[in-house]
Design a protein around this ligand. Structure first.
Ligand SMILES: CC(C)(COP(=O)(O)OP(=O)(O)OC[C@H]1O[C@@H](n2cnc3c(N)ncnc32)[C@H](O)[C@@H]1OP(=O)(O)O)[C@@H](O)C(=O)NCCC(=O)NCCS
Length: 152
């Protein structure tokens, strides 16, 4: 398994995985993914023959980074792919200047919250109806270790 930048040619597989992970009402539309592949930091975890196993998308704005979405194909879960993608995205956002990263996790998906906790994210606030009426999210943050190199 390798992690690399997503390409426009990955769009169909990304849309397929999103459909396996989320119901139609909450799934990102294909056009949104096409936009994110082009303009956000979008990474895929894939096999050498290019089968996409999971993906993550995020961005940096000033000193804050954000994770938009993280999906792993149901047939490849609990193998560390989600953690790997999160770590890789975090490194890129840090290189872009992020000092902290924010994400929202559905309260009904304890697996995701646990993954983020293990990666060092902490719950900060409840975001009501984030995923539609009655579907709340928890906003989590991680402060990145910023190395301050002082010169004398
Ligand atoms: C959440 C998701 C991304 C996890 O991906 P993954 O590749 O299975 O995650 P990892 O293998 O890196 O898991 C790391 C740790 O997170 C926790 N975890 C992950 N999935 C879990 C689950 N279903 N139940 C409990 N803990 C879970 C475990 O502590 C796990 O470590 P372990 O396997 O050694 O016990 C994946 O289940 C998924 O795509 N779900 C649907 C989409 C989604 O909910 N995305 C997140 C949006 S907020």
């Amino acid at each position: 398994m390798m992690v690399r930048r997503a390409e426009p040619g990955d769009l169909a597989q990304i849309v397929q995985i999103e459909g396996l992970c989320f119901p139609e009402e909450t799934a990102f539309p294909p056009k949104m993914f096409a936009y994110l592949i082009r303009y956000a930091v979008s990474l895929v975890a894939c096999e050498p023959e290019k089968k996409v196993l999971g993906f993550i998308m995020g961005y940096t704005s000033g000193k804050a980074g954000a994770v938009y979405t993280l999906d792993v194909h149901p047939g490849y879960r609990r193998e560390g792919i989600g953690s790997n993608l999160l770590q890789s995205l975090g490194e890129i956002l840090a290189q872009q200047g992020a000092q902290a990263i924010r994400l929202e996790a559905a309260l009904g998906k304890p697996g995701a919250v646990e993954l983020y906790r293990k990666a060092g994210y902490q719950e900060r606030e409840l975001v009501r109806n984030y995923y539609g009426r009655g579907n709340h999210a928890v906003r989590m943050w991680k402060n990145l270790d910023v190395c301050l190199c002082l010169t004398t």
